[in-house]
Design a protein around this ligand. Structure first.
Ligand SMILES: C[S@@+](CC[C@H](N)C(=O)[O-])C[C@H]1O[C@@H](n2cnc3c(N)ncnc32)[C@H](O)[C@@H]1O
Length: 182
């Protein structure tokens, strides 16, 4: 059990840190052990989304990662019963991309955890509502569980860690490690 948790943690920490590091990423397929793969360069696609979402123009912490995620997660796309956890969803830029591109099977699920605190004078409640309406536009409200709270508290209630996890609450390594409840 501890080994399994450790493996999941390595995958999710690497996904999180890859946002600001370089085009290399440690990825794990469902069947193979961890392997280091060289991926695409970060670049913001001209049209990152298939639908129209309500995103703040200055809060893009994600779309330049799309070429990397596209390759790293290609073997997961469309699989049934996928479970994806995202800690720190904000308005849902990365979560919605996952819904449109990876969690496309009707049995796949998104679990989102966020504190929803005020950012640049936009209230936490407004950000939460924007996340909820973006998930609705993605037509995934029935497959999404939203948990409002501190991840370090909420994660302790999980019976197991979902297969794919993205820690996006802080893009530096120390707080990410320190906030882990294990
Ligand atoms: C950089 S933003 C997330 C960006 C998002 N993934 C996206 O694609 O736009 C960081 C988010 O982490 C949340 N957050 C920070 N610390 C947290 C914690 N301890 N538990 C839960 N959420 C947290 C903040 O409320 C904020 O919404």
């Amino acid at each position: 059990m501890r080994m399994k948790i450790r493996t999941h943690l390595i995958v999710l920490i690497c996904l999180g840190l890859a946002c600001f590091m370089n085009p290399r990423l440690v990825a794990q397929t469902l069947d193979d052990p961890l392997e280091l793969i060289v991926l695409a360069k970060p670049r913001k696609p001209a049209e990152p989304y298939k639908k129209q979402y309500d995103f703040h123009k200055d809060w893009d912490y994600f779309t330049y990662n799309i070429p990397i995620w596209d390759i790293a997660l290609s073997s997961y796309k469309g699989r049934p019963d996928l479970s994806y956890l995202e800690i720190g969803v904000l308005e849902g830029r990365s979560a919605v991309w996952m819904l449109e591109n990876v969690l496309t099977h009707p049995t796949s699920k998104l679990t989102a955890i966020d504190l929803f605190v005020e950012v640049n004078r936009v209230s936490g409640e407004d950000i939460k509502q924007r996340f909820i309406s973006n998930v609705k536009v993605a037509e995934a409200e029935g497959r999404t569980t939203l948990i409002v709270g501190y991840s370090q508290v909420e994660l302790r209630k999980f019976p197991s860690i979902p297969l794919i996890s993205y820690i996006s609450m802080d893009h530096t390594s120390l707080p990410t490690f320190w906030r882990m409840p294990y």
